[in-house]
Ligand binder design. Structure first.
Ligand code: FAD
Length: 398
């Protein structure tokens, strides 16, 4: 009997468990393996939908699903968070002090806003990176203002979904334009990078849009602290910026049980081999998604493709069947640029981000991905992923 433990039942954890359940269905039926997903949440949220909730007034319940509807056949949802992992003794400890052994471990516990890194930010800011309920507070706020200065942008690094702060600027512009009060609203975008998007191929396309839409950008602005009483952002570079409303994307952190352990780097991210996704030094333990220290975007697409690679490799080891895969670093994050247009940030470890002009066709493609999202976590669209990504998300490894 082999136990496969997956910590985190979000984008990465669920597809990994679904693929394992499909690839190892005979072993599951014969009781040769068990697959457990540890996560306290009863419901999952489609995180890219936080932008729709915050800036278009989408209802939070529209982007939620019960975990029970997402768990694949034969997979057990353990309704408890992990508190400790002992990789040497192959043991997980959950909230109630209960211990669980494992033969294989996959950690996919994501990332979340870390307000403690920037003094004053928690009190001053409203963000669309925490949950749908908080995102809907932003929509209430923007629906009730008729003038003033809104500051959006990157509050610190790293954070999930690199294009999301830019998307917030474009979506605010569209919202106030449609409300016919755009001329009374000042939208300012701040970023620690020296251009409005870090990758030049994307920057080249969106910087002119900022100018056309009268979105001011302040580059090389590293937010150091916020004064909520004076409504001011203070940068490391010594600048001060006034705001009326602040919707910054905060820097992110990993789950608490990872920090300060042998598997974590100095910032708390899990030291992970970028190709085989092993946690450094452990052949039976893997990390995927936002929680790794792999220097690529923290995005659901990565979590998904990495999960497929890891599930394939574990299944091939247990069943002695398929070839092993290596992850190629394939990314594909959409960036909504407003007015039913979007571009994509696409690249791999070996190919730089490409220039893809914003278009309605891209926007439609993004919408199709949204429509199939929940079903794709059950592993129902791997054929489409393989067709779409032309198999360039993995290479056959050793
Ligand atoms: C506004 C916004 C827009 C986005 N847009 C896009 C986009 O267009 N394209 C894209 O690809 N990605 C996008 N993303 C990013 C994407 O949602 C995440 O990168 C993705 O969900 C990461 O998957 P994950 O499995 O690593 O983590 P998650 O999906 O966040 O799942 C982590 C899970 O781990 C659980 N967990 C945490 N700690 C513990 C613990 N101690 N024990 C057990 N369980 C635990 C959590 O409850 C959670 O269910 C966006 C995100 C945001 C916020």
């Amino acid at each position: 009997m082999k136990n496969i433990a997956i910590i985190g039942g979000g984008a990465g954890g669920l597809i990994t468990s679904s693929k394992l359940s499909k690839d190892l269905q005979d072993e599951l039926k014969r009781g040769k393996i068990s697959i457990e997903v540890f996560d306290k949440k009863h419901e999952q949220e489609f995180q890219p939908g936080y932008l729709e909730v915050a800036f278009r007034g989408e209802k939070p319940e529209k982007i939620r699903r019960s975990v029970s509807s997402l768990i694949a056949p034969g997979v057990t949802h353990v309704n408890s968070d992990c508190k400790k992992v002992d990789l040497d003794n192959r043991m997980i400890e959950t909230e109630n002090g209960k211990k669980w052994g494992f033969d294989y471990l996959i950690i996919s516990t994501g990332s979340s806003p870390d307000y403690d890194q920037i003094p004053g930010l928690r009190k001053a800011n409203m963000d669309f990176h925490t949950n749908a309920a908080k995102s809907s507070l932003i929509y209430n706020r923007i629906s009730n203002i008729n003038s003033g200065k809104i500051v959006v942008g990157i509050g610190g690094l790293p954070y999930k979904c690199p294009p999301s702060p830019n998307e917030s600027a474009f979506m605010l512009d569209e919202f106030f334009t449609r409300k016919k009060i755009r001329d009374k609203i000042d939208i300012t975008y701040v970023t620690p990078f020296t251009r409005v998007y870090s990758a030049e191929a994307i920057n080249k396309m969106i910087e002119p849009l900022y100018k056309d839409r009268n979105i001011e950008s302040i580059t090389a602005f590293t937010t150091d602290s916020v004064d909520p009483d004076k409504k001011e952002l203070i940068s490391l570079e010594g600048e001060t910026l006034k705001y009326d409303q602040l919707f910054l994307t905060p820097p992110h952190k990993t789950a608490d049980f990872i920090h300060g352990t042998e598997m974590a780097d100095e910032d708390g991210w899990i030291k992970t081999d970028k190709k085989n996704l092993h946690i450094t030094k452990y052949d039976n333990a893997f990390a995927i998604g936002d929680t790794t220290n792999i220097p690529i975007s923290k995005a659901g697409v990565e979590a998904h493709l990495e999960g497929v690679v890891v599930a394939n490799n574990i299944a091939s080891e247990i069943a002695g069947t398929a070839e092993k895969y290596e992850f190629t670093g394939r990314t594909q994050c959409s960036m909504v640029t407003g007015y039913h247009q979007a571009t994509f940030v696409i690249g791999t470890y070996d190919t730089p981000v490409q220039e893809i002009p914003p278009s309605t066709k891209n926007f439609m493609e993004k919408k199709v991905m949204e429509m199939i999202y929940w079903s794709s976590l059950r592993g129902n669209y791997e054929w489409l992923f393989k067709y779409h990504f032309k198999n360039d998300y993995f290479a056959v490894g050793s």
